[in-house]
Ligand binder design. Structure first.
Ligand code: NAD
Length: 297
């Protein structure tokens, strides 16, 4: 069993850390929000005073932060964490950030003899709680083999996407598809209900027909269709719209670099920006439903 520092205990990090505890690892945890730390301490983790304290004496570090700036801020610079992590330690950086930011953190880690992987995830908060996340890993294949048992305590599918930053490239491609599916599903739900259909009946017909997709299977945006979906809980929890807007922006940046045409991704980003302007950025990304029709909760 390993001594693990876990930094970033939000919607995803907290259940991921919980699964590492359940697997018998020793955890030191840190988040800027004390309540999240307290919750895991009650379940057997040790509280760290700050991120530097968290990484002292551990074998492995996991981080799950919102965006590139948080990850660069945590690891890089003279006072950055990498300068305080001992050589040979394994670092699993699981946040969704730009491939470029991931490569910068990789380069610094490599220079210091630290094994680092970019390992963003898919599967949402339900997958994080169930330990069934998909990991998309960028970095050295041998390092991935060392990390595999720890990743397996949090996820079911572990893919080696390629070299440094490749996990992030796979992740932004995936989330662009997810956003487009979510918007298309919300648009169709609104159209069907406005034309007199029962939302649950429509959802089930589409789920079992050629329009079926991951959103219809697990994450319907219409309140009441799926009891466990954020839409049935006031669009709370889940994956915040502002994080989806961030990921769509990362996809656009990647497309810019390679001159790829991504019209669906560009439109999806514009629609999510509208939601953010309406003050809905901290609600689950399925709140995009309200751009088409405001369902009665
Ligand atoms: P979140 O905002 O709920 O959690 C982030 C946590 O990081 C917060 O608790 C915050 O206090 C903490 N934090 C920020 N800066 C910190 C620092 N310097 N030190 C310590 N803690 C710090 O976000 P989330 O939904 O858990 O998402 C985390 C990452 O996972 C994001 O990159 C997101 O894009 C990605 N992701 C989220 C989902 C999802 O369904 N929520 C799914 C897949 C991937």
């Amino acid at each position: 069993m390993k001594k693990i520092a876990f930094i970033g205990l939000g919607n995803m990090g907290l259940p991921m850390a919980r699964n590492l505890l359940k697997a018998g690892h020793e955890l030191k945890v840190f988040d800027l929000v004390q309540a999240a730390v307290d919750e895991l301490v009650a379940e057997g983790a040790k509280a760290a005073n700050d991120a530097h304290d968290a990484v002292a004496g551990v074998d492995l570090v996991v981080s799950m932060l919102p965006a590139s700036r948080h990850v660069e801020g945590l690891y890089l610079g003279d006072d950055g964490l990498l300068a305080f992590i001992r050589a040979g330690t394994l670092v699993l950086e699981c946040s969704t950030i730009s491939p470029d930011a991931a490569r910068k953190v990789h380069a610094r880690a490599k220079a210091l003899g630290i094994d680092l992987l970019d390992a963003p995830v898919s599967g949402g908060t339900a997958g994080a709680a169930a330990g069934t996340l998909t990991f998309m890993v960028g970095g050295d294949g041998k390092t991935l083999e060392k990390a595999r048992p720890v990743l397996a305590a949090m996820g079911k599918n572990i893919f080696h996407a390629g070299p440094e930053g490749a996990g992030q490239v796979a992740k932004v491609c995936n989330n662009q598809v997810l956003a487009v599916q979510m918007i298309a599903t919300a648009e169709a739900m609104a159209l069907g209900v406005a034309n007199g259909l029962d939302p649950s009946a429509l959802a089930e017909i589409m789920r079992q027909s050629s329009g079926g997709n991951w959103v219809l299977e697990r994450y319907n945006p219409w309140p009441g269709v799926m009891a466990n979906a954020p839409a049935s809980n006031g669009y709370q929890g889940g994956f915040m719209a502002e994080l989806m807007a961030k990921d769509l922006g990362l996809a656009q940046e990647a497309a810019q670099l390679t001159q790829n045409s991504t019209p669906m991704g560009a439109l999806a980003l514009q629609l999510y920006k509208m939601l953010l302007k309406q003050g809905k950025g901290r609600q689950d990304f399925s709140v995009v439903q309200q751009l088409f029709i405001e369902p009665e909760a």
